[in-house]
Write a protein that binds this ligand. Structure first.
Ligand code: SF4
Ligand code: SF4
Ligand code: SF4
Length: 204
């Protein structure tokens, strides 16, 4: 399984800041969108836990300054997430329609989106937990809607001793060892590796 490295997170900083002077860097977001759209029908939010530069940024860089508290429950609600997704898409297409097809202006739309979401991710990451942004990120919501029931994390209750190790390590703060919907699992595999009883595995 691929693992997110701290180095991927540097891309977020490059696009958000250097992109203000070199807007073509914003096109990097198109690669990100295309990759997660290609993966999500088969593996749900796997991209979030293994390849996303923002995810890496949240884990490794925001993680160093986060208060590491509880992620507010309301942020997981689809009643909030779907409107956020819709607003983001309307904003993006509205701004793109104003670019008259000029390459740098299009790039700048993506740079501003990256910078804005980075600032929100940093703020929420510090105040709550590093991956707080990932509980309501529009691209995470989209992946959940497309493939939330794919590559599911399964728990073997006969093996589970309820030691709680999986709960402590989950960056999304999911109830890992319960038989409930885990479509927001980002397939990072940390719980699977840590479980002393081999009670967790991904459905093939
Ligand atoms: S939720 Fe959004 S920012 Fe977080 S890892 Fe997934 S795509 Fe990246
Ligand atoms: S780490 Fe394994 S044994 Fe411990 S609570 Fe989680 S699933 Fe159960
Ligand atoms: S449930 Fe396990 S694999 Fe899924 S996000 Fe949490 S730690 Fe990662």
């Amino acid at each position: 399984m691929l693992k997110i490295t701290p180095y991927l997170g540097i891309l977020v900083v490059i696009v958000s800041i250097a992109g203000l002077w070199y807007p073509k860097l914003g096109y990097f977001l198109l690669i990100v969108f295309a990759t997660l759209l290609a993966i999500s029908p088969f593996r749900g939010r796997w991209f979030c836990g293994n390849l996303c530069p923002r995810g890496s940024f949240n884990d490794f860089w925001i993680g160093k300054i986060s208060l590491k508290g509880k992620i507010p429950k309301i942020l997981r609600s689809m009643w909030l997430r779907v409107p956020i997704f819709a607003i983001m898409m309307i904003f993006m297409f509205f701004r793109l329609a104003q670019t008259q097809g000029i390459v740098n202006k299009i790039g700048m739309v993506f740079v501003i989106m990256c910078l804005t979401t980075t600032l929100i991710a940093v703020l929420f990451g510090i105040l709550f937990s590093p991956r707080t942004w990932c509980t309501f990120c529009p691209m995470g919501t989209l992946q959940k809607m497309i493939g939330g029931n794919k590559y599911k994390l399964k728990v073997d209750l006969d093996r589970c001793t309820r030691c709680g190790a999986c709960l402590k390590c989950c960056p999304m703060q999911l109830k890992v060892n319960e038989l409930i919907d885990k479509s927001d699992c980002i397939k990072c595999g940390r719980c699977v590796e840590l479980c002393p009883k081999n009670a967790l595995k991904f459905e093939r």
